[in-house]
Design a protein around this ligand. Structure first.
Ligand SMILES: [Zn+2]
Length: 79
């Protein structure tokens, strides 16, 4: 995900699927709130922000539910 601040607008651009959102320059956090309302996701990582657009979020949710089906930890716990 790429974020850019231009002279007259904010731009969020998804590197993966090229989904983008443009807002007129103003309250940054209001734009973030609006993006969240549109199901964009903002995750505070280690000192850095990770973003996901609604399209990529949908795909990752599919991946996560597939992963949940695999009981990875069972073999580690038994001793
Ligand atoms: Zn995307």
């Amino acid at each position: 995900m790429t974020f850019r601040e231009y002279d007259d607008c904010f731009l969020w651009f998804c590197d993966k699927c090229h989904h983008q959102a443009i807002f007129p320059l103003g309250d940054f956090w209001a734009c973030v709130a609006e993006l969240k309302a549109r199901r964009w996701e903002f995750i505070r990582g280690e000192g850095d922000w990770d973003h996901r657009c609604p399209e990529c979020k949908k795909k990752s949710e599919v991946n996560v539910s597939e992963m949940v089906l695999v009981p990875k930890k069972r073999s580690v716990v038994s001793e």
